[in-house]
Design a protein around this ligand. Structure first.
Ligand SMILES: Cc1cc2nc3c(=O)[nH]c(=O)nc-3n(C[C@H](O)[C@H](O)[C@H](O)COP(=O)(O)OP(=O)(O)OC[C@H]3O[C@@H](n4cnc5c(N)ncnc54)[C@H](O)[C@@H]3O)c2cc1C
Length: 505
């Protein structure tokens, strides 16, 4: 057990995202003022990959959007406490927010060129895709395919072989459309890179999936409001953490070096930066490069885990439809796009050809949303607004129904006035969106990443560096609740180390 001597042990939490704030809140409520607690954040806001904003009269989420299952979710619990389930007043109406009408229902699936796809074919493909996903989740997918992508493709080929009539391109395009949706959930550029075995370990909380009327950012705001004034320090970009492996001489505490040349001592550092920042840190060779480095370098097993695990890129593109007043309802449908691999409409840009849909953020909204993943998500970070708007217009033209429905099409497939997009890939504080278990990696790598340092042997200064953050949670990675639980896990490690009473939130 750790000794609380005359000097308060100092804990520095690196990062004020969900994991860092959960750890800080837990330590604060359980240890009172026994520990000296500081959160250092590179940016100028809390929340990290949780970032609520506004666009065209609506509340939007640039990052985390859903609570994935509310039954038993600690994030749902926090959302209730934070008042995030209550909408803000907006001139006597609730402030509009993403999916305030729940999950999208009855999307319109259109094939490239403008033909509405036969509903019975879509329900067949949808049932096939759900069945294949159930097999993956239950572990019945077998060992023949290493990746989710390979398994899904085999399933689709068997389906085609079992049918007496040949498939037309729209059937393959519809299957691909579901695959593109799956890329968004998992953040992988190519489902062939997503490990099949790890998918069955992944757990969701049961119950409804919801978005938050008051905005996701209410949750980090609530957690930080429980910390003493000044506990969070902004603009503190950690570039290097010095620590002492077991067996080395001296009992100096950890030294945390900042990009601006400053330095701070700590007995314990809880590192919550993204896997992208850790990956970049493995390659840091020059001052000022993004990424967090360690001296001595992290043990080889941990470095290997960081290298092997996947960190994907997902970006959201919000588009405001031209015309109409703020309160007018738009007839734009939830449009799902079945792209023709032969590039039927040449003007549709390549960077949207693996996006599943363009849809209003809630029924009747004049704000549309499309999700981009992997290479295309990186591409939309680099383009200027006009180029993106031109590409969206070409896409909408390519999916608008034939001339006989031109009047209706004009109203429904409107033009875009302006856009707003996230840029998680180029932001040096994130360098991506969320983690996944890549082929060649496994849940063991997530456990390895979560191990504190120094490991093994008796150390004069135990638990110098602890690791939290979504990527360190073996079964609930890539989510806000995974991040939250990882922060609590590392706070509890210190609480136990100092023999403090365990406590709740
Ligand atoms: C587009 C998008 C959509 C998503 N959708 C959902 C969803 O619907 N539901 C869901 O549950 N999850 C979703 N997620 C995932 C979820 O947002 C994350 O898993 C979670 O917020 C991660 O929290 P974290 O504390 O682990 O990391 P972060 O939020 O990344 O926090 C780490 C903090 O560390 C700071 N930092 C980085 N480097 C340094 C440094 N060198 N020095 C000091 N500070 C540093 C960062 O600025 C950041 O504030 C989404 C994410 C994205 C990007």
């Amino acid at each position: 057990m750790g000794d609380i001597g005359e000097r308060k042990p100092k804990v520095v939490i690196v990062g004020a995202g969900m994991a860092g704030l959960a750890a800080a809140h837990r330590l604060q409520s359980c240890s009172g003022d026994i520990l000296d607690l500081v959160v250092v954040e590179a940016g100028d806001r809390i929340g990290g990959r949780i970032f609520t904003s506004e666009f065209s009269g609506s509340r939007i989420e640039m990052g985390a959007t859903w609570i994935h299952g509310i039954d038993g979710s600690p994030v749902y619990d926090m959302a209730k406490k934070a008042g995030a389930l209550i909408p803000d007043d907006h001139g006597g109406f609730p402030f509009p927010f993403e999916r305030m009408d729940g999950l999208r229902s009855e999307p319109l699936t259109v094939a490239e060129g403008g033909r509405v796809v036969d509903a019975s074919m879509i329900s067949r493909i949808s049932a096939l895709f759900s069945h294949l996903k159930d097999l993956i989740a239950s572990g019945e997918a077998g060992d023949d395919s290493p990746s989710v992508g390979a398994f899904l493709r085999r399933g689709f080929q068997s389906y085609l072989a079992s049918r007496e009539i040949g498939a037309d391109w729209t059937e393959a395009a519809a299957f691909a459309m579901y695959e593109y949706g799956e890329r968004t959930y998992t953040a992988v550029d190519d489902l062939e890179s997503l490990d099949l075995a790890a998918e069955k370990e992944y757990k969701e909380f049961p119950g409804e999936h919801i978005t938050l009327p008051g905005g996701y950012s209410r949750i980090p705001n609530f957690l930080s409001s429980r910390l003493p004034a000044g506990a969070i320090r902004f603009g503190r970009n950690v570039s290097l953490i010095e620590w002492r492996p077991a067996g080395s001489a001296g009992i100096d505490p950890v030294r945390i070096h900042f990009e601006d040349g400053g330095m701070e001592y700590a007995d314990h550092a809880i590192v919550t930066v993204s896997l992208g920042v850790l990956k970049a840190g493995l390659n840091v060779t020059v001052d000022g490069a993004p990424g967090l480095a360690f001296s001595p370098p992290l043990p080889e097993k941990k470095r290997e885990a960081i290298r092997r695990l996947g960190f994907g890129l997902v970006n959201k593109l919000f588009m405001e439809l031209k015309g109409g007043g703020e309160n007018d309802r738009s007839p734009f449908p939830s449009l799902r796009m079945a792209f023709d691999p032969a590039r039927h409409v040449a003007s549709i840009p390549r960077w949207i050809r693996r996006t599943e849909s363009i849809f209003p953020i809630h029924s009747g909204s004049r704000v549309l949303l499309a999700w981009f993943v992997g290479g295309e998500a990186a591409e939309i970070e680099k383009m200027d607004d006009d180029e993106i708007i031109r590409g969206i217009h070409a896409t909408l033209d390519g999916f608008s129904p034939p001339p006989r429905a031109a009047a209706a099409a004009d109203a429904a497939f409107g033009k875009i006035a302006r856009i707003r997009r996230s840029g998680w890939g180029r932001d040096p504080r994130f360098l991506g969106s969320y983690s996944y278990v890549a082929v060649g990696s496994s849940g063991d790598d997530q456990d390895e990443l979560a191990k504190p340092l120094p490991e093994g042997g008796i150390s004069p200064a135990p638990l110098q560096i602890l690791f939290a953050g979504e990527a360190t949670h073996r079964t609930r990675y890539a989510t806000t609740h995974g991040a939250f639980l990882s922060g609590v896990r590392e706070a509890d490690r210190l609480i136990q180390h100092y023999g403090l009473r365990s406590c709740g939130f």
